[in-house]
Design a protein around this ligand. Structure first.
Ligand code: ZN
Length: 421
């Protein structure tokens, strides 16, 4: 009954089989014996009994002997008898399991029951073959050690129904590898198994995705930690640098200088304000105003035209290096009139510390006009702002005609430029 299903030529496991194709008939293979081959070896290599060989001889064969191997009456593992009425459907592009089942009037469970070799509910491949049973039932393949009767009992079905569905009269008409249709039995367990397998695969895919996501997250976290550390190291380095600089002698010196400057500026400002308050001049003296070009309530300039040659505290000449310069020097030609910078009383006129000089008391401050060529006032005289006190000269310690102009407050000299308009 296997004849017709078998190929014309069967390639056996033996590598050097020589085939005489012209002599081959369906269900047979022709084997060319090699030196030392035995009949039993050839039978074993094809999985057939010795009786299937022709000539049937267990012992050594002469080299070149042609042995006919018949597969008749041998249950061929790769082939199997199908129950009558079972058709084969070849899957086409776009087919689905449910679609194939529906097209043949079957449920998916019924289709699967006839195709127990399926591994999955998904991935239906083009060209895949499906058995379509004429009636719903479980189609099992008889394995070695199984019998039709045993399967009928195992699946608790009825022998007459099975015999009818499979077109067999006697149970032993089927052998190992043949298909047996058990009508009415359905592979619900098989479908459940496939569904469970699909769920397991989906779960595995999902878990793999979760794992990848988790790994990406871990990598991201690691990067963040590294970045944060880097930033912290950078800040620390910056701070260390700052500390080193802050404690450096250079910075300490700079701070000391700034502080001294600030103290000096503050003292200067305080002095100015004190002098402004004390040197304030009574208004309404018209002759003074006409003589002085500018007056803003403090001092007015004692010369109308001058050039500042030496400032307060300046050490520009040897004399100023030896003696602190407590005023400003205003250079002007000999004989240039010197005007009172503020109203007051003359306390000294004539020879003094600054050659021919005039001292006036404003009622709070003492003003010195030095190095005159001659004075125009006398001691005790009240003078108004702008009144002529004398004339520019170069008496005393002098290098050229100029006026030494000095303001003393409580016995201490202050910078007159800060008090002038
Ligand atoms: Zn001077």
């Amino acid at each position: 009954m296997l004849a017709g299903r078998l190929p014309v030529v069967v390639f056996g496991p033996r590598a050097q089989v020589t085939l005489n194709l012209s002599a081959a008939v369906p269900g047979e293979a022709l084997v060319l014996a090699r030196s030392g081959d035995t009949g039993q070896e050839i039978a074993d290599s094809y999985g057939v009994p010795l009786s299937a060989l022709s000539p049937s001889q267990p012992g050594k064969l002469p080299w070149g002997a042609v042995i006919r191997v018949s597969f008749k009456d041998v249950a061929q593992p790769s082939q199997g008898r199908l129950p009558p009425g079972v058709r084969v459907y070849t899957a086409r592009s776009g087919d689905t399991l449910a679609g194939v089942a529906y097209r043949h009037g079957l449920s998916v469970t019924e289709l699967l029951s006839a195709n127990l070799n399926r591994q999955t509910l998904d991935k239906l491949a083009v060209g895949e073959r499906f058995y379509i049973p004429p009636q719903p039932g479980l189609m099992v393949r008889i394995k070695p050690g199984e019998t039709v009767q045993g399967l009928v009992e195992a699946y608790r079905t009825e022998a007459p129904k099975v015999a009818l569905a499979n077109g067999i009269g006697l149970p032993n008409e089927l052998g190992v590898g043949d298909y047996l249709l058990l009508p009415g039995v359905l592979a619900t367990g098989f479908q459940r198994e496939l569904l469970a397998r699909r769920e397991r695969q989906q779960e595995a895919t999902r878990l793999a995705g979760v794992q990848r996501q988790y790994e990406r997250y871990q990598a991201y976290k690691q990067r963040m930690v590294e970045n944060t550390l880097e930033r912290q190291y950078a800040l620390q380095a910056q701070y260390d640098k700052f500390l080193a600089y802050q404690n450096s002698p250079a910075r300490q010196k700079l701070i000391a200088r700034y502080e001294a400057q600030a103290r000096y500026d503050a003292a200067q400002q305080a002095q100015r304000e004190q002098v402004r308050a004390q040197v304030s001049v009574p208004r309404g003296v018209s002759s003074v105003r006409s003589a002085s070009s500018a007056s803003v309530g403090g001092l007015s300039w004692p010369l109308r035209s001058y050039r500042v040659t030496s400032r307060f505290g300046e050490a520009d000449i040897e004399f100023h290096r030896q003696y602190f310069h407590g005023g400003v020097d205003l250079a002007a030609p000999y004989g240039t009139p010197i005007y009172a910078a503020a109203a007051g009383t003359v306390t000294q006129s004539g020879s003094g510390d600054y050659g021919t000089n005039v001292y006036t008391d404003t009622g709070g401050a003492l003003i010195v006009y030095g190095h005159m060529s001659r004075t125009a006032v006398s001691v005790g005289q009240s003078i108004a702002r702008g009144e002529v006190l004398g004339y520019v000269g170069c008496s005393g310690m002098c290098t050229g005609p100029h006026l030494h102009f000095e303001v003393r407050l409580n016995g201490r000299t202050v910078d007159p430029l800060g008090l002038l308009p």
